[in-house]
Design a protein around this ligand. Structure first.
Ligand SMILES: Nc1ncnc2c1ncn2[C@@H]1O[C@H](COP(=O)(O)OP(=O)(O)O)[C@@H](O)[C@H]1O
Ligand SMILES: [Mg+2]
Length: 421
């Protein structure tokens, strides 16, 4: 359709209003948050332009090959919300093929609903105006509106433009869904993969202590008079048993936790409770603890027990990394604002310890990576950071590390804050 007025230097008032409307609409849909809000906004706009009192919007569900009613406007609530249309429905194929707004007359020629023969679905289709929301030939959604006069030609052009903007916004939502799903899948695969590594590592780790226990048992009968042998070997065997016990405990910790049970929590409070646990240990090593907790820290959804496990792991690592002289442990929280105005809470755990060499930095999150090889009850297992990483990831957050050998290490735990609509 050509519009001669667009060539005129003075834009007619009507065109100007339409442009302003388009701009406002595009701005409103520019930062989509909640899909139902986006759908409502689209419906409001389309109903206003077509002077319709009722409307419903159907969004493609790619997994199930159908269009489900996402939002309604006016009194269409009761009649349309139950309806689901298969992607093979004649209305859908027609909207995809013709890619134009269908009005009452076109709609009448469609065969009746066969997938969902309920009265509601039938009635929904009797709304006289169907507007396809297409992107690259794909019908992402459509709206059914009514009762309305047949839209005038100029109005059709405006509706088409609005529909394209709406389709782009819905496309982003569908892409985001896709991304979210692959992300979830990846996390699951990740977890399976680390379980596999852990099972392998466990077998490997347990072999040495078992060999030493076996040797002792084999030798003990013939050397039972040798008290020195018995004493030394008993000590070694006991250490080996401790080691196996610790391994089992850590592996159980790893395997036991499943999906986190999330509750709304004040991170500052969770941190304070963890610091309470380590105070004595820090004091015995003359480590000073500095606490800087942000009073405006946003609240987060978290599994309190799991997050305590993460923080204790990090705090104990920090203490391990510092000698007994003038160590300083700083625990800080702050509010972060990421692009798109997303709010995050950040925990920083900083030590003045030995630091991590570049060679090791890429491996500290690997299962069984440890530099604490000293034997005895307090040797490292190398699962602490693996578990911490896993837990934080399952909370939708991430851990970062920054370290300089001989100076110290800082761990950052970033967690998404609760969004207030
Ligand atoms: N704060 C830190 N300072 C220096 N090195 C660290 C720190 N935190 C972790 N590391 C290194 O990462 C390794 C793995 O840590 P972790 O998974 O907790 O296992 P573990 O504490 O059992 O050794 C540690 O052995 C250590 O080498
Ligand atoms: Mg550790």
């Amino acid at each position: 359709m050509t519009d001669s007025s667009s060539h005129s230097p003075h834009m007619p008032q009507q065109a100007l209003t339409a442009l302003q409307r388009l701009t406002r609409f595009a701005q409103d849909l520019g930062a989509p948050t909640d899909r139902t809000l986006v759908a409502k906004r689209i419906l409001t706009e389309l109903c206003e332009v077509t002077a319709c009192q009722n409307g419903s919007l159907y969004l493609l569900n790619p997994e199930r090959q159908r269009y489900s009613c996402l939002a309604t406007f006016g009194t269409a609530d009761s009649l349309a919300s139950a309806a689901n249309l298969l992607s093979t429905h004649p209305l859908v194929t027609r909207l995809t093929r013709q890619a134009t707004i269908l009005a009452l007359l076109d709609l009448r020629s469609l065969v009746p609903v066969d997938e969902d023969p309920s009265e509601k679905a039938q009635e929904a289709l009797h709304l006289p105006l169907a507007i396809p929301l297409l992107n690259k030939g794909r019908l992402l959604a459509f709206t059914l509106l009514g009762p309305a006069p047949h839209p005038a030609l100029g109005e059709r052009a405006l509706l088409t433009a609005l529909a394209q903007i709406a389709a782009n916004a819905l496309d982003s939502i569908l892409i985001y869904d896709d991304l979210h799903q692959s992300h979830m899948l990846m996390r699951r695969t990740d977890r399976l993969r680390s379980l596999e590594i852990i099972a392998g590592g466990f077998a490997h780790e347990i072999r040495n202590p078992l060999t030493s226990i076996k040797t002792f048992i084999q030798l003990a009968p013939e050397r039972r008079e040798d008290t020195e042998f018995i004493r030394d070997f008993s000590r070694i065997v006991l250490e080996d048993v401790y080691r196996i016990e610790r391994l089992i405990q850590e592996i159980l910790d790893y395997a036991r936790y499943m999906e986190p049970t999330l509750t709304e929590e004040d991170l500052n409070e969770v941190i304070s409770s963890c610091l309470y646990f380590i105070e004595t240990k820090a004091a015995s090593k003359r480590i000073k603890i500095e606490k800087e907790l942000a009073p405006d820290l946003p609240r987060v959804m978290l599994d309190r027990q799991q997050m305590q496990q993460v923080l204790l792991n990090l705090l104990l690592n920090a203490i391990d990394a510092m000698g007994t002289q003038n160590g300083q442990l700083t625990v800080r929280t702050q509010r972060l604002t990421k692009p798109g105005n997303q709010m995050w809470a950040q925990i920083e755990i900083k030590d003045t310890g030995v630091g991590i060499s570049l060679k090791h930095l890429g491996h500290i999150f690997d299962p069984f990576f440890t530099t604490k090889h000293a034997s005895g009850e307090h040797a490292g297992i190398g699962l602490g950071l693996t578990i911490a990483h896993q837990i934080v990831q399952e909370h939708g957050g991430h851990i970062q590390v920054d370290s300089t050998e001989g100076v110290g290490t800082t761990f950052f735990v970033n967690l998404p804050a609760i969004t207030i609509e």
